[in-house]
Design a protein around this ligand. Sequence first.
Ligand SMILES: [Zn+2]
Length: 419
Amino acid sequence: MSFEALWESLLPVGRDGASGGYRRFSWTPEDAACRAWFTQTAAERGLRVLTDRNGNLWAWWDPPGALPRESAAGGPAAPARTGAVVTGSHLDSVPDGGAFDGPLGVVSAFAALDLLRERGCLPVRPLGVAAFTEEEGARFGVACLGSRLLAGAIDPGTARALADAAGITLAEAMAVAGHDPEAIGPDDDLLATVGAYVELHIEQGRALADLDAAIGIGEQIWPHGRWRLGFTGRPDHAGTAVLADRHDPMLPFAAAVLAARQAAASHGALATVGKVAAEPGAVNAVSARVTAWLDARGPDEETLQAVVGEVLAAAREAAASHGVELAAEPESATPAVRFDPGLREALASSLAARDIRAPVLPTGAGHDAGVLAARLPTAMLFVRNPTGVSHSPAEHAEPADCAAGVQALAAVLADLACR
Ligand SMILES: [Zn+2]
């Protein structure tokens, strides 16, 4: 099937009519529809589908003659041989996210397998397509939750207790969706079967556009993290409380937002406050509490810590001057990731052999390939995003570039997994 037809078949799922953006949050009906799409797409290709204990989806093209074996736990069949080559990405979205972030990698993976079949490729090792759960952390606050659980990078009990904005825990949400939350946790048997993971993703910047290249190869992921800043003041009447008497948590919050911008600019880093909640949220009242989330990323750990240190210092100083209490908690931290140099070289030579120009790029965005890099060789391919806009309905890749991405991925997979 063509990339376009596959793309069109997923496009309506979870799209919000008003914003045109996507709301594909894990363990919701929209997520179930994405999972059904994945399962059907895999089944149409005769691929063996399994959902791992953490809810990540896998579709396997086994080499001819290989018999799937049952896993020791009697769970779904694991691939018959080690050294599997896996590609894929994620299907969940941020609130009102774009169509490409995640799905481009999964759709391109199926399209690349179709190309390999058309060309008569015979895999000598299992070829897998994966879709990882809750990559964006949009519902439960921890990015790459599915791959973190798989790789043992988050405690299962901590993960089960994560709650969404409505107070529903991950455990409850998984149970409602028919998935056993007690089963979540590291899956070394599954990971041991995978020899390489190559994730194709839309670029979330415009470096490729500036370099006039359709395809790029990932070099490293900047270290990044999320911090929750809770400002607690004193609720009061907007019409009667005189300014001097107020303990308004909105003011140190505002100082923190400005400090984030200034610290990021002065260090060549990125810092963003994209989520904030004011309580009780009345127009005519001084807030009791303001909770804000800081997302910070930098080219190295030292720079990142310097940025966050400056933001927190400014927030503390402003909070003190307004008689407001500040509680700052790190919510997640992801160290710098350097993708496997050997696998990156393999990608570069596969593409060079087909005259596909692919510059090597760093990225400030986290990915499952970054989490999995701690456990196995991983690499990334990026597809040009003309405006660089991402996590927005305006996110876009041209059809010709998507096609180039499929060709590049197929070239890489052919060299890694086919005779
Ligand atoms: Zn993504």
